[in-house]
Design a protein around this ligand. Sequence first.
Ligand code: CA
Ligand code: CA
Ligand code: CA
Length: 239
Amino acid sequence: MQTSGESTKHSATTNSRTAKISTTATSTSVSSTTAAPTTAAPTTSTTQSRSPVIYRVNVGGSRLSAMNGGPDWLPDSEQHPSRFGNALWSGSHTNTTDDSVAMTAAVPAGTPEAIFHSRRWDADTKDHNDDTEMQYRFPVENGQYEVRLYFAETYLDDYLNRRVGPRKFSVEIGDEEVLHDYDMYKELGHDRGTMKSFTVKVEEGVINVRFKHKKEDPMLSGISIVRVESGKEKNGHQQ
Ligand SMILES: [Ca+2]
Ligand SMILES: [Ca+2]
Ligand SMILES: [Ca+2]
């Protein structure tokens, strides 16, 4: 069982929604490009020094070197939780697997498989009203960004999914719900990683991503923030 009996204290400071992310030009402010093959477009090594990736966090694990330019994946382990997350308040914990994780075409080329070997899951308390949800906040200059969330169900297998699952949670970026009752086992099965991308326009200098319980514990393997310019990613460089 991933749920822990550990109680968590509500933190008004970290749980407040100060982020305001406005809608983009289209009718929906946040667009999902879950499985678009374009996200896995091949890149050349010459774009390494101009990567538009602003942040990478290996959620639940240790620091990982970037495989094709851009910033390293920063640690977010039990011992060294990310400064961008709220692990100390949310009651979230980490876990790892040694099993290999297959990756869908939505995962950008050059993404280290190792990011899927570690994860952070947010313990739920008995009283949902008193629970602090897991969140990540990234300070950024105002502008347009792509928020990339890396998911793999490395805990629930068929047996556990039937016994304690399904795992379902929602994700908010700013005040916008971008994933509703996401069931990654249903979508991916066991030990298969994917990336979901959401484009947001930031007007108040911060990107705030929250993971909201529905059933079992929200779980995340990695997160990255990519700057978008003029509706396109700078240099067309993806990862
Ligand atoms: Ca929590
Ligand atoms: Ca496994
Ligand atoms: Ca990870």
